[in-house]
Ligand binder design. Structure first.
Ligand code: GLA
Length: 389
C-alpha cells in the first residue's frame, strides 16, 4: 500500500491556499485502518485487533474567530461553512462535512472551548472501501482542533469523543474500534483493544521480519444496504444480551456458549451470538500467538473468522467470499473480510514471496465471475493520528 504522506499533505496545503489565500498554521494527519481480527465485537464490549494503514487523511488548518468554521474538501471541491447554530444540535450539517461539524459538536458538548478554524482536507484513504475514511477525517479534524485550541483532551479520551460525533451527529451506530485504531495505533504494531475498558496493548506485528505480507484486497463490491444491515446486527446482539441477562455478549464465555444458545428463541439469533462469542476468543488466541512470535500460525484463525462472518453473522457478499477462497487456494496462510461487511476489503496473510501469485489468483477468480478488477496492495502497520508540522 503505497504511502505518499508528503504528497497528500502538499495537496491539503494547496487546497487550503486556494480556498483561503493564505498558508495554514499547521497540518494534521490520521490514517485509515484494517482490522486484523475481531469483527462486530466492538459494540458487544469485546476485543478487536486493528492496525493503521499508511494511507492518510490530512487536514491543513488555521484558527479563525470562535464560533465559525469553514472547511474545504480537495475531493469534492466544495467549501462548507457553519457557525454555533449548526453545532448546537446534531444533524444540521450533512454530507461529508457532517464528520467535521460532528467533531466540533462533540467537543462543545464535552465542555471544550473549541477554537473557530479554517480547514482543508485531502486524503488517499479510499471512500466506501471499509478502511475507515470517516474515522480518519474525524481524527484528523479532532487532533487539529485540540492542538489549535490547546484543549485538554488526552489521546486515550479522543476515540470516544470522535465516536460520539459519528453516532450522534452523523447518525451511524458504529462501535469504538475505528476511532481507536486511527488515533491510538503505533507503527509496526497491531492495537489490541478491550472495547469495554478501552485498555490497549500494542502488539508487535513485524511482517517484514517474519518474511510475511498482509495483502489488502478491495473487493469492489458496492455496499449493499450496509447501513441498515449493520444496525440490524447490532440490534440483534443487544436483544440477545438482554435475553441472556448479561450486560453485553462479551459476558458470555466460550464455555457457556452452548448453554446460552439453548436459551435463545431462534436460529438466527443463535448464529449471531455464536459469531460474537467465538470471534472474541479468536482475537484472544491471535494475540497470544503474536505475543509468542508465531505470526504464521494466526492464518487459520483469520480464515475461521471469515467462515463465521459468512455462515453465522451473514455479512459477506460473493465478491469477498470469492477473494478469500481464491487467496487461500493460491496458498495464503489465512484470509478474511475486514470491517463492517457487505463489501469492503479482504485481507490475506501470505508469505512475502507469494504476494504476486496470490494477487494474480484473486484477479483471475474475479475475471472468471465477471466481477470488477480488484485492487491488491500490501499493507504494513503505520502510526495513528499525529501533527505533521
Ligand atoms: C465498522 C464499525 C466498527 C465495527 C466494524 C465491525 O467498521 O465502524 O465500529 O463495528 O464495522 O467490526
Amino acid at each position: 500500500m503505497t504511502n505518499h504522506p508528503d504528497e497528500v499533505a502538499d495537496r491539503a496545503t494547496t487546497c487550503f491556499q486556494h480556498a483561503y489565500g493564505q498558508a495554514p498554521a499547521g497540518r494534521w494527519a490520521a490514517p485509515g485502518r484494517v482490522n486484523l481480527i475481531g469483527e462486530h465485537t466492538d459494540y458487544n464490549d469485546g476485543f478487536v485487533l486493528p492496525f493503521a494503514l499508511p494511507l492518510r487523511t490530512v487536514v491543513a488548518a488555521t484558527p479563525q474567530p470562535t464560533g465559525s468554521w469553514t472547511v474545504c474538501s480537495e475531493l469534492t471541491g466544495e467549501t462548507v461553512s457553519f457557525g454555533t447554530d449548526e453545532v448546537t444540535r446534531p444533524g444540521r450539517v450533512t454530507g461529508w462535512a457532517a464528520y467535521v461539524a460532528g467533531v466540533v459538536w462533540a467537543l462543545r458538548e464535552a465542555g471544550h472551548p473549541v477554537p473557530g478554524a479554517r480547514l482543508a482536507v485531502a486524503s488517499d484513504v479510499p471512500l466506501g472501501a471499509g478502511l475507515s475514511s470517516s474515522a480518519a477525517l474525524e481524527a484528523a479534524v479532532l487532533t487539529a482542533l485540540v492542538d489549535l485550541g490547546g484543549l485538554e483532551l488526552p489521546a486515550d479520551q479522543q476515540p470516544r469523543l470522535a465516536q460520539r460525533a459519528e453516532n450522534q451527529y452523523v447518525g451511524a451506530p458504529t462501535g469504538i474500534m475505528d476511532q481507536s485504531a486511527v488515533i491510538r495505533c503505533r507503527a509496526g504494531h497491531a492495537l489490541f483493544l478491550d472495547c469495554r475498558t478501552e485498555r490497549v496493548e500494542h502488539i508487535p506485528f513485524d511482517l517484514d521480519g517474519a518474511g510475511l505480507a498482509v495483502l489488502v484486497i478491495d473487493s469492489r463490491a458496492p455496499h449493499r444496504h450496509a447501513d441498515g444491515e449493520y444496525a440490524a446486527r447490532r440490534a440483534s446482539c443487544e436483544k440477545a444480551a438482554a435475553l441472556l441477562d448479561v450486560p453485553a455478549l462479551r459476558d458470555v464465555p466460550p464455555t457457556g456458549l452452548d448453554d446460552a444458545l439453548a436459551r435463545l428463541p431462534d436460529d438466527e439469533t443463535r448464529r449471531r451470538v455464536r459469531h460474537v462469542v467465538t470471534e472474541d476468543q479468536r482475537v484472544l488466541d491471535t494475540v497470544a500467538l503474536l505475543r509468542d512470535g508465531q505470526v504464521r500460525q494466526i492464518g487459520p484463525l483469520l480464515t475461521a473468522s471469515h467462515a463465521s462472518m459468512r455462515d453465522d453473522f451473514a455479512i459477506t457478499v460473493p465478491e469477498v467470499d470469492t477473494a478469500v477462497e481464491a487467496a487461500l487456494a493460491a496458498g495464503a496462510l489465512g484470509a478474511r473480510m475486514t470491517g463492517g461487511g457487505f463489501g469492503g476489503c479482504v485481507l490475506a496473510l501470505v508469505e512475502a514471496d507469494q504476494s504476486d501469485r496470490v494477487g494474480t489468483a484473486v484477479t483471475a477468480a474475479y475475471a472468471n465471475r465477471a466481477f470488477p478488477t480488484p485492487t491488491v496492495t500490501p499493507a504494513t502497520p503505520a502510526p495513528g493520528a499525529t501533527r505533521l508540522d
